[in-house]
Design a protein around this ligand. Structure first.
Ligand SMILES: Cc1cc2nc3c(=O)[nH]c(=O)nc-3n(C[C@H](O)[C@H](O)[C@H](O)COP(=O)(O)OP(=O)(O)OC[C@H]3O[C@@H](n4cnc5c(N)ncnc54)[C@H](O)[C@@H]3O)c2cc1C
Length: 502
């Protein structure tokens, strides 16, 4: 089918669209202050209203972005009986978990944080022959919930399987490029597909794009970066190496270097540039094999179910040079990061026993963006919510994951005590501006520091799950999703029930 769509884009609109990242605003306030007045909306840059765009599909719920959060939202909404469309610009679900080679799913350091969706995912991994998707580390370390060791390729297959089973229509290789709003509601989102440009109509929209793209199109206020430095969290370009003798690597770090960074039982093993191992990487810089940027952050994990292969949580592109919210800088970071990756691989092969026959077996095809744009929703989470372990009657999940900022100039090293946790209220997933929108995952409502804690995968998945449940509840009760009182949903329908009365 050959179709052509005539959309009147003026050169000026096009230039504005291209420059959508300009004009960030940072207040210089400390992180714990409430809402920074900031906006980098893109809806004003191009107006699709009145354009003759055919409708491709209609649904109860349209989820934009198939990362851990968006996928959880789509699957849960479908499981609750809704017709769901999930738009994903890549060709697998999982976002950074799969396309970005991010592994493993971090622990929440809070007991009982795993919501039913996470339990189901773990069970599916097990059913696919992964003997221990969630190893019991409790005896050695305090991990709490999360901890899923999801093999990226298998996870992508499981997501397809879940979508097929519950009836989610996935549109792969489809990019969200705009939204039409009317009376505080999104009526359609605009997508670029292999056939051309289409409209998708839905009653409820869920933004799981990681970059708050739908929210920005719809005019929801957003922030980006630290309000102290103006910088986003650094990006990383993750990759995997295979052909590794893992036992030899483990022995080298634990026996020769006496590195206690990793005390977890085999076969899981991790090494990092950390105290006793720093010297080996510093020597690489001194010899000219590596640059100072290359060793900014080095962390490497074995992948359960992928023998002789390790997942590299590096290279990390220098945050002073590159930004995840600037189109040109973002692209330059990729080429820069690829060079860093090659240098690191060469260095490992030459200097780390066990890597002699190793090679790069996979390079991420989604750049590792830790933080870009975050919405300012009905509730705005701050570092105070973390440090004071706040609880909420409308909480959708709990976590104690630390404020993990990869920028040494910002110190948030203080952690909650073992057993303490904070909760994320449903109000952090909805906005005052758009009645039929929920925003999940790393672009949910919160400050730079708060996001540095809630951005980990299990928390993003639990947020998505809650949005899926809330969407079903809203449609059934004929209310807007941003009017849903999470604590009024019957307990047996909620994925998480807080003990708090606040
Ligand atoms: C380098 C790095 C290491 C990390 N390490 C860990 C770790 O070890 N453990 C852990 O738990 N967490 C880790 N995280 C954090 C975690 O992986 C992310 O915060 C989490 O994946 C966010 O989930 P999300 O669904 O909000 O967004 P994402 O995972 O970013 O997914 C967003 C999805 O939306 C899609 N999308 C974006 N724009 C469009 C568009 N216009 N149209 C259609 N689709 C679109 C993307 O393709 C993607 O699939 C790490 C993050 C990074 C960057």
């Amino acid at each position: 089918m050959e179709q052509r769509f005539d959309i009147p884009i003026s050169r000026r609109d096009f230039m504005k669209l291209a420059g959508l990242t300009a004009g960030a605003f940072f207040s210089g306030n400390v992180d714990s202050t409430k809402k920074v007045e900031a906006s980098t909306n893109i809806e004003k840059h191009f107006n699709f209203e009145g354009a003759n765009i055919p409708t491709l599909m209609s649904a109860d719920v349209c989820v934009c972005g198939g990362g851990p959060a968006g996928t959880a939202a789509a699957i849960t909404a479908a499981k609750n009986g809704l017709k769901v469309i999930l738009i994903e610009k890549g060709i697998s679900l999982g976002g950074l978990q799969t396309l970005g080679c991010v592994y493993p799913c971090m622990p929440t350091f809070a007991y009982d944080s795993d919501t039913p969706y996470i339990n189901e995912l773990n069970l599916r991994m097990k059913n696919h022959g992964v003997k221990e998707p969630v190893p019991n580390f409790e005896t050695e370390n305090y991990y709490g919930g999360g901890r899923g060791l999801y093999i990226p390729e298998l996870l992508a297959e499981i997501y397809d399987e879940l979508c097929e089973e519950y009836g989610v229509d996935i549109l792969y290789n489809t990019s969200l490029i705009g939204a039409i709003t009317e009376n505080k509601k999104i009526t359609s989102c605009i997508v670029q597909t292999i056939e051309g440009i289409f409209k998708i109509d839905a009653k409820i929209f869920i933004d799981g794009s990681g970059d708050a793209i739908l929210s920005r199109f719809a005019g929801v206020p957003v922030e980006k970066g630290s309000n102290k430095t103006g910088r986003n969290q650094p990006m990383s370009f993750r990759f995997e190496m295979s052909g590794i003798d893992e036992r030899k690597v483990r022995n080298f770090f634990t026996k020769k270097l006496k590195d206690t960074w990793n005390v977890l039982p085999a076969p899981f093993f991790e090494f990092a540039k950390w105290k006793k191992t720093e010297e080996i990487f510093n020597k690489g810089v001194a010899s000219g094999e590596l640059t100072q940027d290359d060793i900014l952050y080095i962390q490497v994990f074995t992948i359960l179910g992928k023998p002789n292969t390790m997942s590299m949580n590096c290279p990390e592109m220098p945050p002073l040079e590159f930004s995840s919210t600037d189109t040109i800088s973002y692209s330059k970071a990729i080429s820069f990061g690829r060079k860093m990756m090659r240098r690191l691989a060469k260095f490992f092969i030459k200097n780390i026993p066990g890597f002699e026959n190793a090679f790069i077996s996979r390079e991420a095809n989604l750049i590792g963006v830790r933080e870009s744009w975050r919405i300012i929703g009905k509730y705005y989470m701050t570092d105070t919510d973390y440090f004071e372990a706040h609880k909420f009657s409308d909480a959708v999940c709990r976590t104690a994951y630390p404020i993990d900022i990869h920028d040494t100039t910002l110190d948030f090293s203080k952690k909650l005590k073992k057993g303490e946790f904070y909760e994320i209220p449903f109000r952090a997933l909805v906005t005052n501006e758009i009645d039929n929108l929920a925003v999940v995952g790393r672009c949910a409502s919160g400050s730079f520091a708060a996001q540095a804690s809630f951005r980990i995968q299990p928390t993003c998945m639990s947020m998505g799950e809650a949005a899926g449940i809330a969407a079903a509840y809203a449609l059934k009760n004929n209310i807007s999703i941003n009017d849903v009182e999470w604590n009024e949903i019957p307990e047996n329908q909620r994925s998480y029930v807080s003990q708090s009365k606040n």
